[in-house]
Design a protein. Structure first.
Length: 483
């Protein structure tokens, strides 16, 4: 039972619900913007209506968790009573009253209770205790949205999610980027569904089966294990298939096309000089080799990116401007000015968000920001303002799980090395039945070992592995099973 004003379910949503509404453990590995949330809300309604559950716990990234309670659940269900965890406000009288309401009211004839908690809060005892109080004596569905948050087996949030899953009557993981950065992230996510779901009791055993390591040495002579590649991925894919549903962009006939374009530009002479001075000072190529650990290389890449964005942050944390003009800001300004619609501008760093926002506002545009460090109410206001068409651009650090379909362009001012966040952010403007989305990448030319090109090329290999393991390749396995 859902709101009568909602459109018909899409075919892949209907099939999932008809075939698996009461399956205890499911992984919805659907591409972004293909309706995972509605499928979950519909499943919860059916489980509640049939007496299988009394409540639902949603674990999701900060901001995404409140999106569930503010927008998604009310949109698709008339049966739900919801609350989003707010760590800063956990001791406020109004929040304590709301917790009393959703925890102390036992299963009623009219409500399925939902508690959405941001995954970042799971490190705090208050949030974990609140969940324990909420589920006490209740049969519940556990939903791990953007389940790649739990890809690190030993993290506190992953350990808690897996412990919580053992108490749940039904368990779901949702992700369009389940192994975007590494196949090794699959182990802990599927452990939420069932112990040893992928055939291994420990992360170490799983790693030894599916990864290949060699030995490398730092410039100081210290030996360390270096990941060289993956193996037995066909076997891993078959094991993932037992729990999974896969929906691709291409399966949704009304999903608009995504067009990718590059805008190359030449940095200022001052930036080129600073870039070359840093390159010579470090005396390394922008690559991982036996003399540079991954951490060291990542730090150096950050400094190269900062220079191309017009500044550098020194070891004391002071932001120092590169003298002269900043052509990168000129390019992003032109993209926004010339675009007839609304634009999402993605930045790797908060300092980039600040600078891009200032430039676009000086150009006369209405602009909102969405980044770490903002209050939840400020983020919600920014989203609502943008979606209402009251801002030309939203400037943000990489995001996931949110709808920004008012935009028709995603422009990357500075690139993220994190393939999962890159893929998620690219899809924020997509919507089934919407218009085509343009994704714009800024690429500096005239610099040796260019960092923009290096990051973009690095992500291609990660996408290829993910495509074979968790998207197109996994879908082909599932289709063969059905045959």
């Amino acid at each position: 039972m859902t709101s009568t004003t909602q459109p018909e379910l899409w075919e892949h949503q209907r099939k999932e619900l008809d075939d698996h509404w009461d399956t205890p453990a499911r992984a919805l590995l659907w591409s972004m913007r293909t309706g995972k949330t509605r499928a979950v809300v519909e499943k919860a309604d059916r489980l509640w209506t049939n007496g299988r559950i009394e409540c639902v716990v949603v674990l999701a990234p900060n901001g995404v968790h409140s999106n569930w309670t503010l927008r998604e659940i009310p949109k698709y269900s008339g049966l739900a009573s919801t609350l989003a965890w707010s760590h800063p406000e956990r001791n406020e009288p109004w929040f304590r009253s709301e917790m009393d309401r959703v925890c102390d009211e036992r299963a009623s004839a009219v409500h399925c209770y939902w508690l959405a908690v941001n995954s970042e809060a799971l490190q705090f005892a208050d949030a974990r205790k609140a969940i324990g109080r909420f589920i006490k004596g209740r049969k519940f569905l556990l939903v791990a949205d953007e389940s790649d948050d739990y890809g690190a087996p030993g993290s506190r949030r992953s350990l808690f999610a897996r412990s919580l899953a053992r108490k749940a009557a039904y368990r779901m993981i949702l992700s369009g980027t389940v192994v975007e950065d590494s196949p090794l992230k699959a182990f802990s996510q599927f452990e939420i569904l069932e112990k040893s779901a992928l055939g291994h009791a420990t992360a170490e055993s799983f790693r030894d089966r599916y990864a290949e390591y060699g030995r490398a040495r730092t410039k100081n002579g210290r030996s360390y294990p270096k990941l060289e590649g993956y193996r037995n991925l066909d076997e891993l894919r078959d094991r993932m298939a037992r729990y999974s549903s896969v929906v691709l962009r291409s399966d949704c006939h009304d999903m608009p096309e995504m067009l990718r374009v590059e805008r190359s530009y030449r940095p200022s002479k001052e930036q080129l000089l600073a870039y070359e001075e840093l390159r010579q000072e470090l005396s390394v190529t922008v690559d991982y080799d036996v003399t540079v650990t991954a951490l060291e290389a990542a730090v150096r890449l950050v400094k190269f990116q900062q220079i191309l964005s017009g500044y550098i942050i020194d070891n004391e944390g002071t932001v120092r401007d590169i003298p002269g003009p900043n052509p990168r800001l000129d390019v992003i300004s032109s993209e926004v000015v010339l675009d007839p619609g609304q634009v999402i501008v993605a930045c790797r760093f908060r300092e980039d968000v600040r600078r891009v926002t200032a430039r676009l506002r000086s150009d006369g545009h209405e602009v909102v920001e969405y980044k770490g460090g903002m209050k939840a109410s400020e983020k919600d206001h920014a989203l609502d303002t943008f979606q209402a068409g009251k801002a030309k651009a939203i400037v943000l650090t990489p995001i996931r799980g949110l709808e920004l379909s008012a935009a028709d362009t995603v422009a990357w001012y500075s690139h993220s090395f994190w393939a999962m966040m890159r893929a998620q952010t690219d899809e924020r403007a997509s919507k089934i039945g919407g218009t085509a989305t343009t994704v714009v990448d800024l690429v500096a030319r005239g610099v040796r070992e260019g960092v923009d090109r290096y990051i973009l090329d690095n992500q291609v290999g990660k996408r290829d592995v993910s495509e074979d393991l968790a998207r197109g390749g996994l879908k082909r396995v599932l289709e063969q099973v059905r045959l």
